[in-house]
Design a protein around this ligand. Sequence first.
Ligand code: ZN
Ligand code: ZN
Length: 414
Amino acid sequence: MTATAYTNARLLDFEREALTAPTTVTTDGDTIASIGQAAPANAEIIDLGGQTLMPGLIDSHFHVVAHTLNLWSNAIAPDSLAAFRAGAVMEELLTRGFTTVRDLGGADLGLVRAVEDGYIDGPNLVICGKGLSMTGGHTDLRERTDIRPDALGWRLGNMGILVDGVDNVRATCRKMLKEGAKFIKVMANGGVSSPNDPIDSIQYSDAEILAMVEEAKNANTYVAAHVYHDAAIRRCVDLGVHSLEHCNLITPETARRAADAGCIAVPTLVAYEGLKLEGAALGLGHAEQAKIDVVRDRGLESLAIMRDAGLSMAFGTDLLGQLRKYGGMEFDLLAKVLTPAQIIRSATEVGARLCGLEGKAGTIKQGARADMIVVNADPFADVTILGKPQTHITRVIKSGRTVRERAHPKGGHL
Ligand code: ZN
Ligand code: ZN
C-alpha cells in the first residue's frame, strides 16, 4: 500500500469552531494512518497550501435510482438502463464531494458492489432495498382507476414495494436484509410525490411497523420512516423507529420525545424548494403540486424546533431527478437556522451514525476511511461554500485515492 501525505492542511476544530494551524495528514492505502506527524520517507507528498482538509460529505437521504422526476418512467425502465442511470447520478454526487450516500429506497446490492469493484466511480452506498409502502401508500404510484397489481415493485428504478400485513412485512424485511439492506425504510405517512395519499394520512398499522422494528432490531439495525405530520412522527417514535425523515410538521413536544428516544431526524428542505421551482414544468401532477406548500412552509420552523429540543439532525436532500442540480441549496436553507458547526456535523459525523459508519466515515482520525475533501475556504466562516463544489471543492479523496481534482482558483493545478 502506498502512503500519501497531505501537508499544509487545515483541519476542522469543532471545539473552537475554527480551522487548525496547517498540519500533515497521512493516508496508507484506504485508511488514515496519522495526523500531525511528519510525512514518512516513502510517502507521496501533496501540499494543500493551507486549504481545508475535511471529511468527505454524507447525504443521508437520497434515491440514486430516481433519474427523472417522473417516477413511473424510472420504475418502468429496464434494470440495466436503471443501473447505468444510477451510476451517472452517483458519479455526480462524488463530484459534489459526497463520499458516502445513504439511499432511502431503490438502490440494490448490485450498485453497492459496482462501486466497491470499481465499475461506478461513485460514493459508498448504504442501502435499505425498497421502501415499504402499504397499498395506497406513499410509493403506490398507481392512479385510482389503475387496479393492476404492483408488478414493478422489484424493478431497480422503483423506490418502493407494496406490502400489506404483518407476515408479508416480516418476509420482505428479511429478504431485503438478506440481500444487503443496512436498515429498513417505511412509508409511515402521506407524501408529496404520490397521487392518492394526503399529507395527514397515517400509513401502516402499529402492528406492521412494530414487526419492521423487530426485524430490524434482530438484525442489529433500525427503521427509517418517511414522516411529515406530527401525529405520524410521534407514533413512529413510540413504536421504536430510529431515523425520522423530513419531519416538516413536527411540534416541540414530539421533538423532545424523539430526542429522549435517541432518534435522528433528517430534514430535506431543498426537496420542496426544488419541487416548488420546477415540479410543475417537470411533470409533477396537480394533486402532488398542491401538497408542496403544506410541507415547504413549515420547513425552516421545524429546524428550529428540532434544534431547540436537542434532536440530532443529519444532512439529507431527497432531490429527485432533474432537481438534483439544487443540491447545494440545502446548505443555504440550513444556514438560515443552524450554525456552520451544526451543519458540518450533520453532513459528516451524524450522517456516519445513520450509515453505521461511526468513527469510520465523516471524521478525520487515525483508522478512519481516507474519504476526504479539500476546500479552498473556511466552512466555519461560510458553510454554504460546501454547496458550491465547482468553485470551492478542489479535491475529492475516496479510499485514499484522489478521484476528483480541480484547478485551484488562485492559480496552478494542485
Ligand atoms: Zn419521503
Ligand atoms: Zn426520499
